[in-house]
Ligand binder design. Sequence first.
Ligand SMILES: [Zn+2]
Length: 333
Amino acid sequence: MSWAEVYGHDTQRQRLENAATRGRLAHAYLFVGPAGIGKHRFALELAKLLLCERRGSAWEACDRCAACVQVQANTHPDFLTACKTEDKLEFTIDVVRGMTAQLALRPIRGGRKVAIIEDADDFNEEAANCFLKTLEEPPDGAMLILLATSIERQLPTILSRCQVLRFQRLDDVAMENLLARTDAVAAELIPQLIRLSQGSVGRAVALADETVRECRTRTIQQLGAARPNAVELARNWIECLEEAGKESASQRERATRLMALVGSILGDALRIQQGLPATEPSENDRIQLIADRCTEDHLLQHLEATVEAERLIDRRVPLPLIMEQLAQKLCTA
Ligand SMILES: [Zn+2]
């Protein structure tokens, strides 16, 4: 039953199952794919399956035994998760040391240890080196699952010691099934969210929030104005981020989603310039105004600026500053 919670990614599951059947599962996997498509969910199911104590003949966790319940609640003594700490830009050596020390201990409940390592994009050299020995020779039966968004960001030392499994954006059917089961999403919104979120559930869920949708609509209007106003544009974005709560982590998460949405508006303007329809046909006319105002070169520069803004968000630059600078760039041409 348990894979029912994982949407899409059937090929990846099949590949792992085939490897398992032949007794050829690797001890370290690097899952690579865009954010928000369910890599973590997939890794969690895999961990559950590996630790399940009442597994039948099918390649899936029972979802009911004590071990399954503990993995799900993140209380299983042999199931570890590691990520960079909130105040750090990189995955630090302290986190790696803690994890390798725990991995070295004998399994307590199950016959093996399983670790999910988030933020593998952000290993610093020192932390990676500290991790190499464990990656190369993990304790008996241990499985390490590293999650990353891009191959280019991986250090060669890590890359060469992991089996890479690439994950793609979700297709429309998987998106629809998943969104239909998400409480936060109203049914009538689903078709539009699927079109606008480009296979990222995270983006779809962000867009399901009315504040974010309104902010996006205002962004289209503001960018399409004859003389766009950078101050108003920045205010629109900052207010939307503040709505996400006081915590900087939740504001940053929303900021990242917002940048992706701004990027998709600019991408739509480029499509229109090339004679193609906007992703959301009902927005064609309003995005046409942006396509008319900007040259192709400007749109490409704007797109680059939003990608740069995402990078700055990641590097913990204060959000108001990022928003103001980006608004300035997008409004100057
Ligand atoms: Zn189980």
